[in-house]
Design a protein around this ligand. Structure first.
Ligand SMILES: [Zn+2]
Ligand SMILES: [Zn+2]
Length: 575
């Protein structure tokens, strides 16, 4: 099933935002906030439950259950659709500015008609904000900085996280048609780019009209843009465009390569085809002389005909992968099956975890992992970090759970990197923990040089085994801080500290470009979900995709090592 709890929770989070923007009363807003929280925290996949089963979950009432069920079957919530129609898009754009909440956005819109980030910038320049109640010179200055950090204007691409669930659900529904032999999403989504332009779906069938019809009449579709016999273009919720192409089964391999791209990768392998007397296009691989189509039902068969090994989609960016494949030294990049554990995760021992420790451990065990590190926030984060006393209580809880689960529970913490690179607790206490991630959660707007210095100081701490979400970015939201990556890679090598590839599709931090540089520098990586709920643990594949884009092999990834290899790494850091 394609709908994840996180995806459902996001719909409710959007309801909350839109209700706030529309000035709804706060009790109503609170009710939906609680619903979003309860959905995110649900220990089971909502898609496996019926409406009564959903309503029986902790914190979810009948009215929420009805909306969840509506979403799971139709991909829409009528109430949310109405809200989207009622709240001006410009208002929604305004709250993308860090620190600009719904209340202020509403005020700006109502009193000055400000309906875009651009209009806000202009209002600041012309000092029009100054007369507004509660908006002092300081707020104005903060907003000016925040706008600068929002950076370049959105180019119409959406975060991968917003598209993947609906793409998978569309594929799942098409796969159920008896006339469909194969179907998958292609394009930049399959290459796991962090943002995508639209969803490309490719199906293999001998009855294409039937497949095109099925997409057009799908409940998930809000608008049909083009309906041909080769291609159907539709809009699926939130304005994301999806294009469906249907090809003959014997052309599926070539077509999948064509529509997966990238364009530059395809140019490169078409050149190779030409040199072998072949033509490669979206309709298949042909012998140039006889114009006969070579049967290639899979991509691997196409690559084989071209004398190449299969190149994983995330690597197809024409950054040397074809040359490496020709030379026989294409790296065997890490795969999801190589992952033996997850080294960054939270429980409700700290304020922001949404599931109990046992729920998280059980879920990690269910994924077949050998180990899972619980790295709750530490005492340095006043709102939700664990005091030393709480850490000791949690230790007892871990010991009790460990007796009942085969998976090794690693006792850890996500340490907060302080202003000077200092971290929580003291060295003696830290030495009793199995694995620690250190990350920046405070003073996030400091200059890149300051952040670099803080991070390197943290790396020099023998208790810090990995740096979490290095640049702090949120895709489509917060821009990264401008760290000096070369200096950080040097320090990571020198101190034996790993760099995390945060697998949350909202973060993907470090980015694939940074992964590539880390791999070239010989720096060890971790790929971790930073899970705050059970559903988050399934984000691992996005981290793996990002690592593949950066050409990382399982040798580069700490959590591909068995437990004793992991402990060796930790021990080496301590000496
Ligand atoms: Zn964090
Ligand atoms: Zn975390």
């Amino acid at each position: 099933m394609a709908w994840t709890n996180e995806d459902v929770a996001r719909q409710f989070a959007e309801i909350v935002t839109l209700l706030k923007l529309s000035g709804a009363d706060q009790f109503r807003v609170r009710a939906y906030e609680r619903a979003a929280g309860a959905i995110g925290a649900a220990p089971t996949d909502l898609a496996t439950l019926d409406e009564a089963g959903i309503a029986a979950l902790r914190g979810i009432g009948a009215s929420t259950a009805r909306k969840v069920s509506e979403y799971l079957t139709t991909g829409k919530i009528a109430m949310l659709e109405d809200l989207r129609g009622a709240v001006p898009a410009g208002l929604v754009e305004l709250i993308r500015v860090p620190g600009l909440g719904p209340k202020t956005a509403r005020l700006l819109y109502d009193s000055l008609g400000i309906n875009s980030v651009e209009a806000l910038r202009e209002a600041i320049e012309t000092e029009r904000l100054r007369g507004l109640p509660g908006l002092g010179v300081k707020t104005e200055a903060n907003l000016r900085d925040a706008i600068a950090r929002v950076g370049a204007k959105d180019t119409g691409r959406v975060p991968m996280a917003d598209a993947v669930a609906v793409a998978e659900e569309l594929c799942r529904r098409l796969r159920e048609l008896p006339v469909v032999e194969d179907v998958t999403y292609a394009g930049s989504l399959r290459r796991m780019r962090e943002t995508i332009g639209d969803i490309d779906i490719l199906a293999a069938s001998t009855a294409p009209a039937h497949v095109h019809d099925a997409l057009r009449s799908s409940e998930l579709v809000t608008d049909v843009l083009a309906a041909g016999d080769k291609k159907t273009s539709v809009i699926v919720r939130r304005g994301i465009q999806a294009d469906l192409r249907v090809v003959a089964p014997e052309a599926y391999g070539a077509a999948l390569i064509y529509f997966t791209g990238s364009k530059d990768h395809n140019v490169r392998i078409r050149e190779r085809a030409v040199r072998s007397g072949l033509t490669l296009n979206e309709y298949g691989l042909f012998d140039k002389e006889t114009e006969r189509r070579l049967e290639c039902r899979t991509e691997a068969e196409v690559y084989e005909q071209l004398g190449l090994p299969f190149i994983p989609p995330p690597m197809r960016e024409d950054t040397g992968e074809v040359q490496a494949a020709v030379a026989g030294n294409l790296p065997a990049v890490v795969h999801l099956e190589d992952i033996r554990g997850d080294l960054h995760g939270h429980s409700d021992w700290s304020g922001d975890g949404k599931a109990t420790l046992e729920e998280m451990v059980a879920a990690a065990a269910g994924l077949g992992y050998e180990y899972w590190a619980v790295t709750d926030h530490a005492e340095g984060l006043p709102m939700n970090g664990l005091s030393r006393q709480q850490m000791l209580q949690r230790r007892t809880a871990i010991e009790m759970l460990q007796e009942r689960y085969d998976i090794r529970i690693l006792e850890g913490a996500e340490l907060n990197i302080g202003p000077e690179g200092d971290v929580d607790y003291d060295p003696q206490f830290l030495a009793t923990l199995d694995f620690c991630v250190a990350s920046i959660h405070t003073l996030m707007t400091r200059a890149g040089a300051v952040q670099t210095r803080r991070i390197i100081t943290a790396m020099e701490n023998p208790a810090v085994h990995a740096i979490g979400h290095l640049t702090g970015r949120k895709i489509g939201g917060r821009p990264p801080y401008d760290v000096d990556l070369d200096a950080i890679l040097d320090a990571a090598k020198r101190t034996g500290t790993a760099l995390e590839v945060n697998a949350s599709p909202h973060r993907l931090d470090i980015s694939s470009d940074m992964v590539r540089r880390a791999v070239e520098a010989g720096v060890t990586l971790t790929i971790s979900c930073d899970g705050h709920s059970v559903g988050d643990l399934r984000s691992m594949r996005y981290g793996v995709g990002t690592a593949q884009r950066g050409w990382a092999t399982s040798q580069d990834v700490l959590n591909c090592r068995p437990l004793d290899g992991l402990f060796d790494f930790v021990a080496a850091k301590r000496t």
